[in-house]
Design a binder for this molecule. Structure first.
Ligand code: GUN
Length: 183
């Protein structure tokens, strides 16, 4: 069996190096922390304190605050930028490297055909009800937990799911930052 690390690549930036970055370098380094949504890192650069980010958690908080202060339309656009778990991008091989790792860690890339069609059916119900894809930080979860959570979250209101999905996107970002910042 191949073991997949929960950290996808070597950490690349020290806090000192991050605090010397200009806005372009910052967006290039952290644009991918939110799936296909580099605008978040671009805006979060303005939240860097004059004395610099003092920890990975402080930088993460600036990204989360940026998402929080975006409009609801922008938040929904962010959610819609995420692929469905075991969805068409996974089948076509067009996932980002981070997404591919996240789905593999949760065991989704090794799922049998029956599992894939069950997950796709639940994903379809979820998207029809809420207007955005089901998002859970796959790296934190097993296949069984993903199915159980998806079943449960289908019963929520849209407001609850907007909240849950944004929280999960924040968790995905936190995990991606583990790979990008040496502390
Ligand atoms: N869609 C649902 N969960 C995830 C996840 O953990 N990562 C990515 N990239 N997309 C998702």
């Amino acid at each position: 069996m191949t073991l997949v690390s929960s950290r996808t690549t070597a950490a690349t930036h020290s806090l000192a190096a991050i605090n010397r970055m200009d806005s372009t370098a910052f967006a290039a380094a952290f644009g991918k922390v939110y799936e296909h949504s580099a605008w978040i890192a671009e805006r979060a650069f303005a939240l860097r304190p004059a004395s610099g980010f003092t920890s990975r958690a402080v930088l993460h908080a600036a990204l989360v605050a940026t998402v929080h202060s975006a409009t609801e339309d922008e938040q929904v656009e962010l959610l819609r930028a995420h692929p469905e778990l075991a969805g068409k991008e996974a089948a076509a091989g067009t996932l980002t490297a981070d997404s591919m790792q996240e789905q593999a860690v949760a065991g989704l890339s090794a799922m049998n055909a029956e599992g894939v069609s069950h997950l796709r059916a639940l994903n379809r119900l979820y998207r029809e009800k809420f207007g955005f894809p089901f998002i859970i930080a796959a790296r934190d979860n097993t296949q069984a937990a993903i199915f159980g959570t998806l079943d449960a979250r289908l019963h929520n209101t849209r407001a609850m799911e907007l909240h849950n999905a944004l929280a999960q996107v924040g968790e995905i970002a936190r995990l991606r930052l583990l790979d990008l910042i040496a502390e």
